[in-house]
Ligand binder design. Structure first.
Ligand code: ADE
Length: 352
C-alpha cells in the first residue's frame, strides 16, 4: 500500500495495478513520463476539477457535513469506465478533508493479514482507496464488513488449542472503493457503501477545457479549436485527453509548431491512430470483427473476445461503454450487434 500525503504529488508507481487499458492507473495524472520532469496535471481540489458537476457539488456537501460533525466521511463507492476520475476524486476528497490518502487495490490485498495491516495503519478520518474493489478475495471482503460497519477487525491469534480471535478497534475512516461496474460487486459489500456514485463520460466542452488546462501546465499553447478537436476525439475520457495532449505536445515541440490548433490536432491525432469520432484501433477492430466475421451480429461476448484475442473484461470495461454510448454498438439479449452508424463509419474510413 502507498500512503499519499494530500499535499504531495502521487509518487511514481503509486499503485501496483494497471487499468484495463494496460496503462498505469495514475498515468493521466501526476505520473511523470519517461525522461520528463513531473508535471502535476491532476486537479488537487474541487475548484480545479472540470466536469462531473452534479457529483462534485454533492461531494462538496458531504465533505462539509462530515467536517461539521467532526466525523469521518461515509464510505464512498465510485463506479464507471476507466479513466473518468475515480482516483482523482479520492485524492481530492482526502485533500479537502485534510486527511491522508492510502492507496491500494483489490488484487493486492491477498489475505486478511494484509487488510489488517492497512486498516491498523490508518489515522483518524483517513481515506483508504481500494481500486478494483470487485477483485478482493472473498475472505478479505468478509473481514471488511465489520471494519466498515463497526470499525472493528477480528484477527485470529495463536494456534492449536490456544487459537482465539482478537478484536481491534479502528479509528473512524472512510473506505473509497472503485470499480468499473457495480454489478461486479456482491450485494453485501455494495450495501455497506452509503455514497454510491457513477462517473459519466465527459462532454466535448469539458474535455476541451481539460486539454487546454493540461496543455497550459505542460507549457504548450492551444487554440480553442485545437483543444476542442483533441477533446472531441478523447472518447469522453480525461485520461485519454491528457495522454493525447502529451503526445501532441511532443509532435508540436519537435516539429517547431507554435501551438495546437485544429489542423495540428487533426494531423497528429490521425498519426496516433485516433479517427474523427475518437475511435482507436481496438474500437475499430471490434466493430470490424462484428461486421465481417459475424455478419453484423448478434455475437456473444466470449466469441468476440476470442476472435480479437483480447480479454473479455477489457472489451466490456474499456471499449463497449463508449461504443454503446455513441451509438456504434447494441447489446441485445442474443449478443452484440453493430449499428447502421458503425457500418457507415467503417465504410467511410475504408475499413471493411
Ligand atoms: N485532469 C484529468 N481530469 C481532470 C478533470 N476532471 N479536471 C481537470 N483536470 C483534469
Amino acid at each position: 500500500m502507498v500512503r499519499i500525503p494530500h499535499d504531495e504529488p502521487t509518487p511514481s508507481g503509486a499503485t501496483a495495478t494497471g487499468d484495463a487499458n494496460g496503462s498505469d492507473l495514475v498515468s493521466a495524472g501526476v505520473q511523470p513520463e519517461d525522461g520528463e520532469p513531473s508535471v502535476a496535471l491532476r486537479p488537487r481540489r474541487f475548484d480545479e476539477y472540470i466536469g462531473q458537476t452534479q457529483l462534485v457539488d454533492k461531494l462538496r456537501i458531504y465533505v462539509d457535513a462530515a467536517q461539521q460533525r467532526g466525523d469521518a466521511l461515509d464510505h464512498v463507492l465510485f463506479h464507471g469506465p476507466p479513466g473518468l476520475g475515480k482516483t482523482t476524486l479520492a485524492q481530492i476528497l482526502a485533500t479537502e478533508l485534510d486527511v491522508q490518502l492510502h492507496v491500494t487495490s483489490g488484487p493486492a490485498i491477498e489475505h486478511k493479514g494484509v487488510l489488517a495491516a492497512q486498516l491498523t495503519g490508518l489515522g483518524k478520518g483517513d481515506l483508504l482507496f481500494i481500486d478494483e474493489i470487485h477483485r478482493l478475495p472473498a475472505t478479505v471482503e468478509e473481514s471488511l464488513y465489520s471494519a466498515m460497519e463497526d470499525r472493528r477487525i477480528d484477527l485470529p491469534v495463536g494456534d492449536g488449542s490456544r487459537a482465539r480471535t482478537m478484536s481491534f478497534q479502528l479509528p473512524g475512516f472512510t473506505l473509497v472503493g472503485a470499480t468499473t461496474r457495480t454489478a461486479l460487486l456482491t450485494a453485501p459489500l455494495r450495501d455497506r457503501f452509503h455514497i454510491v456514485e457513477a462517473l459519466a463520460f465527459y462532454t466535448d466542452a469539458e474535455l476541451s477545457n481539460i486539454v487546454a488546462r493540461a496543455a497550459s501546465l505542460l507549457g504548450v499553447k492551444t487554440t480553442a479549436e485545437g483543444a476542442l478537436e483533441v477533446g472531441r476525439r478523447s472518447r469522453g475520457t480525461p485520461r485519454i485527453a491528457i495522454r493525447l495532449t502529451r503526445r501532441i505536445r511532443d509532435f508540436v515541440q519537435v516539429g517547431g509548431y507554435s501551438s495546437i490548433d485544429a489542423s495540428v490536432a487533426d494531423e497528429f491525432l490521425g498519426r496516433l491512430g485516433v479517427d474523427r469520432h475518437g475511435l482507436d484501433g481496438m474500437d475499430r477492430r471490434l466493430l470490424e470483427a462484428i461486421a465481417t466475421l459475424f455478419d453484423g451480429g448478434p455475437v456473444g461476448i466470449d466469441a468476440l473476445a476470442a476472435s480479437l484475442g483480447e480479454p473479455r473484461d477489457t472489451l466490456e470495461d474499456v471499449h463497449e461503454p463508449f461504443l454503446l454510448q455513441r451509438g456504434f454498438l447494441i447489446r441485445s439479449p442474443r449478443g452484440r450487434m453493430i449499428t447502421e452508424r458503425a457500418r457507415r463509419h467503417l465504410d467511410e474510413s475504408g475499413a471493411s
